[in-house]
Design a protein around this ligand. Structure first.
Ligand SMILES: [Zn+2]
Length: 191
């Protein structure tokens, strides 16, 4: 969906949660062969990419500090994910993860905004115009904490989280979220 005279979205990021949002949540996924894309993920990412948004994966991976898997294993998993997306002509602009245990109270674990602030510096992002999409309220709170908009998807744990919902939009899945973002930005642009 290309638009004529479209707004320059290159400084706007879509911060994408991984487990339960892009791929099936396998509860501390530790094997690259266990990656399963959630239906419509490719179409959703292509739509966002074609509109010029930066696609940035932001994922809490406390499994590292819990000793469930190593940093190397996580790299293997992300390399495989990059390969799968690449076969569908999708390139993530960045992959950020927090390896820390929640008890550490670090600044990079969502909902803290550390990963978004790191990406802002690198990509010169306008965080106010950026979005976070995820299946947990921490993803919505993450968006609040960096000053952007948060979308809850009902894939993964989304249905359990819906009761606590404080998001800007509840999406059926990533594609619904992507359509809502592109549509709402287009309409705002016409005013
Ligand atoms: Zn951290």
């Amino acid at each position: 969906m290309f638009r004529k005279n479209r707004e320059d979205f290159r400084n706007i990021a879509i911060f994408l949660d991984r487990d339960g949002t892009i791929i099936e949540d396998k509860n501390y996924l530790s094997d690259p062969d266990q990656i399963t894309l959630i239906p419509n993920t490719i179409t959703a990412l292509q739509l966002l990419k074609n509109n010029g948004f930066k696609l940035i994966l932001t994922t809490n991976q406390s499994g590292i500090s819990r000793g469930y898997f190593s940093r190397n294993k996580l790299k293997e998993i992300h390399d495989k994910l990059v390969t799968i997306l690449g076969l569908n002509r999708i390139k993530l602009d960045g992959i950020y993860f927090c390896p820390h245990h929640p008890d550490k109270k670090c600044f990079c674990r969502k909902p803290s905004p550390g990963m978004a602030l790191g990406a802002k510096k690198k990509f010169h992002l306008n965080l106010k115009k950026s979005y976070a999409i995820g299946d947990r309220m921490i993803d919505v709170e993450f968006a609040r904490n960096f000053g952007g908009k948060g979308i809850l998807v009902l894939t993964g744990h989304g249905k359990e989280e819906e009761a606590k919902n404080k998001s800007d939009y509840v999406a059926k899945d990533l594609l619904d979220a992507a359509q809502w973002i592109t549509k709402s930005r287009f309409l705002r642009n016409r005013k």
